[in-house]
Design a binder for this molecule. Structure first.
Ligand SMILES: [Cu+2]
Length: 163
């Protein structure tokens, strides 16, 4: 009798385990799907983000270091912010002793690569700063990626002297 009870309990536990397994399998499948569909914004880690502050409402340059933690390339397409009237992506290049800035349509970051904007002359060209911009504060700037995903990043504002 005792052995039969034991078997019954065992059968019950087995059934319960089966029931638990079914929704659980569903959850892990959903998680796997999510990983495959992770957005470019989710793949990016911000290592640094700052703005070189200058007085007089002149155009400012913003710099960031972005790490792509995914197996897919990530492409930064544009930036937007309430703190500035006009934002664009620029790259400074020196050719034959002449330094010039040109707009960038896209900034690709290879899988598992880290891109230091400043080291490559890349910067956010931040025009028409709002009067409220604090030289020791922060500015919220949204990064827009090629897949339509966005990432809001707090850029630290620093004066050149403090940098
Ligand atoms: Cu520029």
């Amino acid at each position: 009798m005792q052995k039969r009870t034991f078997l019954t309990v065992l059968a019950f536990l087995y059934g319960a385990a089966l029931l638990l397994t079914i929704p659980h399998a569903g959850v892990s499948f959903a998680a796997a799907t999510q990983v495959a569909q992770a957005t470019q914004a989710q793949a990016v880690q911000i290592k640094a983000a700052w703005i070189r502050w200058l007085p007089g409402g002149v155009p400012l340059a913003g710099y960031a270091t972005l790490a792509n933690t995914s197996d897919q390339p990530v492409v930064l397409k544009s930036v937007s912010s309430d703190a500035f009237g006009d934002l664009s992506l620029h790259q400074t290049q020196e050719t034959g002793g002449t330094v010039r800035m040109s707009p960038l349509e896209r900034i690709p970051i290879a899988p598992h690569a880290t891109l230091d904007f400043e080291a490559h002359g890349i910067h956010l060209m931040l025009m028409q700063p709002r009067e409220s911009l604090d030289p020791h504060g922060h500015a919220l700037i949204t990064l827009h990626f090629a897949d339509g995903s966005t990432l809001a990043v707090q850029f630290q504002v620093r004066s050149t002297a403090g940098a």
